[in-house]
Design a protein around this ligand. Structure first.
Ligand code: HSE
Length: 307
């Protein structure tokens, strides 16, 4: 019987421009770690410490402990749990910080208790945690954090894995400001023009069909955000300038990651990925704004046990 497990969990990009609240992908970096320990207080979940972010240590106010408790309860509370959370994905970054924590927690409980649930079966428990953070049960970050790859979450709660364009490189820029998802949703219109909705549906379909054809270039071309991004761009520091710079460096597509402030830029080879990174870095330094940059790929694996 294991007394503790260590879990790795990925950052994620929700929406991917075309699939608002429906699409997301897991990233190889950044990712973060969580240790889940068994205790003797059956049914009690405690947070021992959180490294790297100042988050609430109360178990009923934290995404990870809420998700862990939800799964523990469904398994009959055979023990208690203690969580040690190592945050590398900053809250409010737009790259799935709360989803990474929720996913790590439920994978940890599943492994520790040898419960044998498949990643897809862990989604509802992770969503219990995610819903606390975001106020909504969207699986667009949680599903890829658990399953890896590019995941489509349908409105009735089904998930579908979409083939990953194997030539995609992803550059993620995280300016060090925080945007709350609720604020980024607040700038969106309640109604969408029919023409805009029709165009967005066509781009979404074009992206998905290109992924199934294994055509990474056409998949990138399909990533047109005509419905959500235009309303949110004003929240992202220097969004228009960064898009121009990324395009100049060879980006084929890009946009706002989740609800921002992070942005992501897709290129089709390592040379372009490096040029995009260098150009964005130079620009951000000239603006004296703190930022983090990641050169990464889409992760094929979701949250999992570390050796
Ligand atoms: N899809 C959400 C949004 C973010 O763009 O507001 C992650 O759930």
């Amino acid at each position: 019987m294991k007394n503790q497990v260590k879990i790795w969990s990925p950052a994620t990009i929700a929406n991917l421009n075309v699939g608002f609240d429906a699409l997301g992908c897991a990233l190889e970096a950044p990712g973060e770690e969580m240790i889940v320990r068994r205790t003797e207080d059956n049914g009690v979940v405690r947070i021992a410490r959180i490294h790297g972010a100042s988050l609430d240590l109360r178990a009923d106010r934290n995404v990870a402990s809420i998700a862990a408790k939800s799964l523990l309860e469904s398994l009959g509370n055979p023990c208690g749990l203690e969580l040690e959370i190592h945050k590398s994905i900053q809250p409010g970054s737009g790259i799935g910080s709360s989803a990474a924590s929720a996913a790590a927690a439920v994978v940890g409980v599943n492994e520790l208790l040898n419960a044998g649930l498949r990643p897809v079966e862990l989604i509802p428990y992770a969503l219990d945690g995610e819903a606390f953070a975001s106020g909504a049960r969207h699986a667009d970050n949680v599903a890829p954090a658990l399953l890896g790859g590019i995941i489509l979450s349908t409105p009735e709660g089904q998930v579908q894995s979409i083939p990953i364009p194997t030539d995609w490189h992803v550059t993620v820029l995280h300016p060090q400001i925080e945007i709350r998802t609720s604020d980024a949703r607040g700038v969106l219109p309640a109604q969408v023009d029919l023409n805009v909705a029709a165009q967005q549906a066509a781009w979404f379909a074009s992206f998905v069909s290109a992924c199934y054809e294994g055509d990474g270039s056409r998949a990138a071309l399909g990533l047109e955000d005509v419905m959500v991004g235009p309303h949110r761009a004003k929240l992202i520091p220097f969004f228009d300038e960064i898009r121009e710079i990324a395009r100049g460096g060879g980006a084929r597509a890009g946009g706002i990651s989740g609800s921002g402030p992070s942005t992501f830029w897709i290129s089709l080879n390592t040379e372009d990925a490096q040029s995009i990174r260098d150009a964005i870095e130079l620009f951000m330094r000239s603006k004296s704004m703190d930022f983090k940059l990641y050169s990464t790929r889409i992760a094929t694996q979701g949250a999992h046990l570390m050796p």
